[in-house]
Design a binder for this molecule. Structure first.
Ligand SMILES: *Cc1c(COP(=O)(O)O)cnc(C)c1O
Length: 423
């Protein structure tokens, strides 16, 4: 294409901003109105009794979720961050125990570990899928390792089959953080439902949302009960319930309200359609860019589907005459929004770099609690670091509701920029 780039004063390809993603329709509005008219906006009580597990809409939402995902228990929480905290607490963890987690995830996946005075240990990621790398996980296992938090990042499952073999070999639990991959398929089942505990976020920008919210899933009765307890003031309830295992029975108020649950019931019905349309758009982008050398387009695992929270692109820097920042500026100048460089490396956050979490003296990374050799130094996750610093870009599909014409414009703008800078 000989078109002059918008960056150099040429014509901008995309002149109208894309419509923002909005999944809320009349059904949600009606469902909220019905709850409002009932006058009961939450029916949870933090004492043992019929309302300990929530109101009728929360329970209906949980049943619908359990049925859709084919799990025994679905437990609604007021965010997936809360869900992650409940999931880690439900495991039999001790202060200083280690949980291996990906550095490429939303910050809460690791904070849930620290919340119980456990220690996050970061393993590197796979260069193609950006999910946690199983060999790297194995290299991080110590006598203190209790669990793995596997993140189905950007919309597809981690290599859960291989992680489960490790878990069996070393007697570890696995928690799946499937916030970004609801209804992604993996080996004949849904991502998030194939490990000890999984869960989803219902925060804005996720495929479906309730404003704020989360759902834990598990087939394990014992873990389900512990998560329900942590969700709702555990310490006050264990006595009347006759619960014997008191470790980590510290409760919270992680309860979802009836209004959010009512929205969630309607949103869940929309999930298959929303995911299918996201997949169609991603497919069109991939077809549109496939012949451009120097771009690695989404790598989808065999026997899996991708639901495209983000559309990831890896640059072969030797194929382009410009660096990533210039490409990004040129894409922005063409009117593309939602494309950004890099992702995150949680281990580089100041808290991990300085090992300061609880108080000011380094707890829980202190002698007598944690092993002294836990490292968060730059260099521990070379693949994740290189991708973040140099070669990874993403289109944040989750932000937009794109028409066919908008998808075509996006492809046209991307082609214009990438081909312009080809070596
Ligand atoms: C969104 C997200 C979370 C947190 O979910 P909230 O509902 O916002 O608390 C956790 N992990 C990942 C991977 C996420 O994308």
């Amino acid at each position: 294409m000989t078109d002059r780039l918008a960056l150099d004063g040429g014509t901008t390809t995309i002149t109208e901003p894309f419509r923002l993603y909005n999944t809320i329709g009349d059904e949600e509005i009606q469902a909220v109105t019905d709850v409002m008219k009932s006058g009961v906006l939450s029916r949870f009580t933090g004492t043992w009794g019929p309302d300990f597990l929530g109101g009728p809409t929360v329970r209906e939402f949980e049943s619908a979720w359990a049925e859709f995902f084919g799990v025994k228990h679905a437990i609604a929480t007021n965010s997936w961050t809360s869900g992650l905290v409940a999931a880690v607490g439900a495991l039999d963890v001790e202060p200083g125990d280690e949980i291996i987690v990906s550095p490429w995830t939303m910050t809460a996946s690791a904070i849930a570990i620290l919340h119980w005075n456990c220690v996050p240990v970061f393993a590197d990621i796979e260069p193609g899928t950006f999910c946690i790398d199983v060999a790297s996980v194995e290299s991080r296992i110590s006598s203190r390792t209790r669990a793995i938090i596997s993140v189905d990042i950007f919309g597809q499952s981690a290599d859960v089959a291989a992680l489960k073999l490790l878990a069996e070999k070393y007697d570890l639990k696995i928690i799946s953080d499937t916030a970004q991959a609801p209804s992604a398929l993996y080996q004949g089942g849904y991502a998030g439902t194939q490990t000890d505990v999984g869960g989803f976020s219902l925060n804005r920008h996720k495929h479906i949302h309730t404003g704020e919210g989360g759902v834990l899933v598990t087939d394990d009765d014992h873990l389900a009960e512990r998560m329900q307890l942590i969700r709702n003031h555990a310490e006050a309830v264990v006595g009347p319930m006759g619960v014997q295992t008191l470790n980590n029975m510290l409760g919270h108020n992680f309860r979802l309200g009836e209004i959010e649950a009512a929205i969630g019931i309607e949103q869940l019905k929309r999930l298959p359609g929303l995911v299918a349309s996201r997949q169609r758009i991603a497919e069109e982008i991939t077809e549109g860019l496939a012949d451009i050398p120097g771009l690695t387009l989404p790598v989808i695992r065999d026997d899996a589907t991708h639901v495209f929270y983000f559309y990831p692109i890896v640059l072969d820097r030797t194929a382009f005459t410009a660096d990533r920042a210039t490409l990004q500026s040129a894409l922005f100048a063409e009117g593309i929004r939602g494309v950004s460089e890099g992702y995150i490396n949680l281990h580089m956050l100041p808290m991990y770099q300085r090992k300061i979490a609880y108080g000011s003296s380094g707890f829980p990374w202190v002698p007598g609690i944690a092993r002294s050799s836990i490292s968060y130094e730059h260099g521990i996750c070379p693949i994740a670091e290189k991708l973040h610093e140099d070669t990874f870009m993403k289109f944040e599909m989750c932000k937009f509701q794109m028409s066919n014409q908008e998808t075509q414009l996006l492809v046209q703008a991307m082609r214009k920029v990438f081909t312009h800078f080809l070596v």
